[in-house]
Every structure is written in C-alpha cells, then in structure tokens.
Design a protein around this ligand. Structure first.
Ligand code: FA5
Length: 351
C-alpha cells in the first residue's frame, strides 16, 4: 500500500487530486477482494479520509470550516461510488459464481404434462361435429328432475327412471315438483336449448354425468357424455344415420363399419343404438366382427317437441348421446374405465 502521509503533509493538500486518484483506482478494481482493499485504504478506520479529517485541527482556524466541508463531500462521493461499483462487480464480474456455470451444457428436461385423455377425446369429438355445423354448448351438472326426466317424457314413477340410477340432491316426495339431482345424462340440455331458441337447432353438449352405480371395468359412477340435437323442417332418420356415420368415419377412419339397432328411450321415437365393428378399422375383412355400442340415439319424440312449444307437425329432429370414456377406451386400447380417474401419473403420462 502506498504511504499517504505525504499527501497530508500540508494544509494545502489537494483533496481534489486525492478524490481523482481514488476514483481512478476504484474504477480499476475487478473483484470484491480488490474492492475491499480499496475501501480500507480510503474509507477504513485508519484510511485517508479519516487522516484528512484529523488534519483539520492543524489548520488555521478560519480555513477549517471550508476544508471540513470539502472533506465531508469527498467522503460522501467515495462511499457512493464504492456502493455502485460493488453492485456492478457482484452482478457482472463475480468470477467465483460465473466460472462454475457451463453454459454449453444441455438444459434439464421439463415435463410439460398433457391434457387428460378424456379431455382429448371430448375435443376430438367436438371438432368432428363442429366441422358439420354443430354449435358447442354447456349446461349444469346439478339439474332439476323437471329437465332430467319430466320434460323428456319420463314422468314420476315411469319405469325408465330405474335405468338412470339417480343421485338426488333434494329428497324426493310425491308433492315435490322439481327436486334437484346430479344429471344422469346430458339430454336435459335438449330441453333447455329448445326452450330458449326456435328451430333450426344444431348443437352438441359435452359434460359430466353421474349415476348411482357400482363401478366395473366398463362402468363408472361419473362419466362424460356428448349430447347432440338437430331440429328443423324435413329432418329424417336418414339424416341421423348419415351424421353419425360421418362422425364414426372422422373418428375411427374411412373403413369403419357401423351398425344401427333398435333401442328404447322415452324421449325419442324410433330409438336406436349405434355400434362400430372394432375390427373393421384395420381394413382386414378376414377378422371376425366385433361390435361395440358407442351411443344411444333416435328421432326426437313429438311429445318432447310439443312440451317445448315446437310445432311437431312442422318440425322433426334427431338426438344422440355418446359415452366419451367408451370411445377413448376403444381408441387407446384401454381395458378398464377406472384407470381414467385413478389419477396415476404413469397411466396419464402416456397420452
Ligand atoms: C343415455 O344416457 C341417453 N341420454 C342417450 C340418448 C340421447 C338417447 C339422445 C337418445 C337420444 P345411455 O344410458 O345408454 O343413454 O348412455 C349413453 C352412453 O353412455 C352409453 O352408450 C355408454 O357409452 C355410456 N354409458 C352409460 N352408462 C355408463 C357408465 N356407467 N359408465 C361409462 N359410460 C356409460
């Protein structure tokens, strides 16, 4: 370290020169160790600034205030510059940290996750129907008996209610007009939609439904459906078949074979179920047929049209309800529906 006592020999010491030298030296410090040496040298307990302050008493009395002020300002400037330089060195030139980082190393892979397989299947089905002009809408999962059953031509004590093992929110009583329940199917949205709008109607409704059922490999107590409804003048059963066949081809490929059979739902007449021959997707005609039911459907019952105020002599329509989990199981070769909701990441991360 340079001996600074020489600088302080005379009262005429050029403080300005000291300041200049100090700042130049500060500017050339490149790391925190050098910076600390500088701080001790200029601002330490035995540093130059303290020595300058002590020299004030040796000056003629009238020079003391002015000199004191200059030294205080110099001290302040040095402290401010020290702080600034320290920040600069720490952020940009701290070799103890930056030397440890190898910026050429490949990054750590991030697991981005993916959409749930049922969400993916719902989106795929919705896309196929919106490309045919169907609007996508949603409805409530907590529903009224009125929409879930009564307006769908399933009055109280109708045997068809037994098929929809219902989870009730309100207690059922004989007088109660519209007790609440967890919807057992997406069909109530047929009514809610027709109540709100005049024909033509062309909509699909994806959503969760609930049934008080024991689970097994193909049954869950909560699952997803996609309802469909088209009402207009002149709609026939051929439109129903054509639309659903097109849907099957979009989802499973052009070679897929579909089969319609009679089925019963109180809100359609005639009613049908649609199945696909699972083996036909491969185009291999030698394989035995393997029919799997994927949805219920039918022509909207005139009683339902009348109940919502539509003229059933003028308008006709078709409706369908697709079981989404079953479709996803078929598409992804999944043999147990319960896997979807166990939330095992080893299963889910495959999609
Ligand atoms: C209905 O729910 C009718 N609302 C469908 C309908 C709509 C018919 C419009 C006519 C007109 P169903 O109970 O069959 O029908 O259920 C429809 C589909 O949901 C079934 O084909 C099946 O794929 C699926 N599904 C039914 N129960 C379960 C269950 N417990 N677990 C998983 N999927 C089920």
């Amino acid at each position: 370290m340079r001996m600074d006592k020489d600088i302080l020999k005379t009262p005429a010491t050029d403080v300005e020169q000291i300041l200049k030298t100090a700042l130049t030296e500060l500017g050339s410090t490149k790391n925190l160790d050098a910076l600390n040496d500088w701080r001790i040298r200029y601002l330490g307990r035995k540093g130059i600034v303290i020595q300058l302050k002590r020299s004030i008493s040796k000056l003629p009395e009238k020079e003391r205030p002015k000199f004191g002020q200059v030294i205080n300002e110099t001290s302040k400037t040095l402290e401010e510059q020290l702080m600034k330089h320290e920040t600069k060195i720490s952020s940009s030139n701290d070799t103890s940290v930056s030397d440890d980082i190898d910026i050429t190393l490949p990054g750590i892979p991030i697991n981005n996750g993916s959409l749930h397989p049922i969400t993916q299947t719902i989106r795929e089905i919705c896309e196929s129907f919106s490309s045919m002009g169907f609007e996508i809408i949603e409805g409530p999962e907590v529903e009224l008996d009125y929409y879930n059953f009564q307006m769908l031509n399933i009055p109280k004590h109708h045997p068809a209610r037994d098929g929809f093992n219902t989870l009730w929110i309100d207690k059922q009583d004989d007088e109660g007009e519209t007790p609440m329940l967890l919807r057992t199917h997406t069909s109530p949205m047929q009514i809610r939609t027709m109540e709100k709008q005049d024909p033509p109607v062309r909509m699909i409704v994806p959503g969760k439904v609930y049934r008080y059922e024991a689970t097994d490999s193909s049954h869950e107590w909560h699952f997803s459906q996609i309802e469909g409804l088209a009402v207009d003048q002149g709609i026939t059963f051929a439109d129903l078949k054509g639309t659903l066949y097109e849907f099957a081809r979009k989802l499973f490929g052009d070679d897929v074979k579909v089969r319609f059979r009679c089925d019963y739902f109180p809100f359609v007449e005639p009613g049908a179920e649609m199945a696909i021959d699972w083996n036909s997707r491969t185009g291999d005609n030698n394989k035995e047929e393997n029919w799997i039911e994927i949805l219920g459907a039918g022509m909207v019952h005139p009683k339902v049209l009348k109940a919502v105020g539509y003229d059933s002599n003028k308008y006709t329509g078709f409706a369908f309800g697709i079981g989404v989990e079953r479709i996803s199981m078929l598409k992804n070769n999944i043999d147990d529906i319960r896997l979807f909701y166990n939330n095992d990441v080893r299963f889910l991360s495959q999609f």
